[in-house]
Write a protein that binds this ligand. Structure first.
Ligand code: RAM
Length: 342
């Protein structure tokens, strides 16, 4: 009797252990593919596009079972990003997703972090090619550059002096777009449009407003300003409005619909663009996850699924590689601006 009870008990214990193992097995599998720590480091916190990138990345983290931390300096500076990179490495993050205004300033720290096993993904503002595994681009750079010139031409009737109000002089994303703007401007249709100055507002609202004002003073006949930064375009719109120049000096570039809505209504710009910043953060977190898991190594042609956004491919884009591109830019006009809420 005793023996039989013992056998039954053993039998029950085996069944229970098997059940526990099955549960652990599932948990174990999930853990092997998720639970990564991803750090998203913007050019600076406090700029709405980066807040939106962070929210998108957190959404992706939720879907993937990863922990996403969003943090960075309060002013736009590559040097100011360095302590955050070192912290992410010290705290054992699996991946660092960075948009930088200064590739050279951050490259050594990124390499230090990579040596400690942190996977580096650049997004938005690229760093040195050998300091990251993959670059996530919001759109094709040549398209972004060409579009901005087309939007300006449409507003100035392809005539007059134009100026660019950029972000930081060291910023790779803006510099690349400006390179493609200059290329577009060489087309015959722009023969009566002349780029007279490139000013830098450092993605600081005050400096950008001062630079916009200086442009208006230095070039009284200015036909338009292209500002390939959400901070710059907003500051320029505000400046134009204050000086009663909306509609007289044209404005285009890259801006957030929410920032720019009132200036569109006031006639300060009739055409500008951007992309969905939350999606950009979301996609970047998916790239980071897949790099950490080993699915993406940066080899051209690799594909992966980024949740609600679908399937993406690692590719060459405008000679840069390896790049994952979010998609074509969105174009905002007085007709469609109220459809966009970000
Ligand atoms: C600013 C930043 C960012 C850029 C946008 C368009 O918010 O410079 O890097 O992508 O503008």
């Amino acid at each position: 009797m005793r023996k039989r009870t013992f056998v039954v008990l053993i039998g029950l214990a085996v069944v229970a252990a098997a059940a526990v193992m099955a549960t652990l097995g599932t948990a174990g599998t999930t853990k092997a593919h998720a639970g990564y720590k991803i750090y998203i480091l913007p050019k600076a916190t406090g700029i709405p596009v980066f807040t939106q990138n962070g929210l998108g990345a957190k959404q992706a983290g939720k879907e993937l079972g990863d922990t996403v931390t969003y943090n960075g300096p309060t002013t736009v500076s590559g040097a100011a990003q360095v302590p955050f990179i070192d912290t992410a490495a010290r705290q054992g993050y699996n991946a660092l997703v960075i948009s930088t205004p200064d590739a050279n300033a951050v490259a050594p720290a990124l390499k230090r972090a990579a040596a400690k096993g942190v996977k580096i993904i650049a997004y938005d503002g690229d760093t040195a090619r050998d300091a990251r595994t993959i670059f996530v681009a919001p759109s094709t750079n040549s398209l972004i550059g060409a579009f901005e010139v087309k939007w300006m031409g449409a507003q100035t009737h392809y005539k007059g002096q134009i100026a660019i109000l950029s972000a930081n002089a060291t910023s790779a994303n803006q510099n690349t777009w400006i390179k493609f703007m200059k290329q577009e401007l060489k087309k015959p249709i722009y023969k009566n449009m002349k780029l007279v100055k490139i000013a830098y507002g450092n993605d600081d609202p005050t400096v950008s407003a001062q630079q916009a004002q200086a442009l208006l003073q230095a070039y009284p006949n200015l036909a338009g300003i292209i500002s390939p930064t959400t901070v710059g375009i907003q500051a320029a719109a505000q400046e134009l409005q204050q000086e009663g120049k909306c509609g007289k000096v044209q404005l285009t570039g890259l801006g957030l619909p929410n920032d720019m809505r009132k200036y569109v209504k006031a006639g300060c710009t009739t055409k500008f663009g951007l992309w969905n910043e939350s999606d950009l953060g979301y996609l970047s977190a998916y790239v980071a996850h897949n790099v950490v898991s080993g699915k993406l190594t940066g080899e051209l042609g690799q594909t992966f699924k980024a949740g609600k956004l679908g399937t993406f491919k690692v590719q060459v884009s405008d000679g840069n590689k390896p790049v994952v591109v979010l998609g074509p830019p969105l174009v905002f006009t007085p007709k469609n601006i109220d459809k966009f809420h970000f």
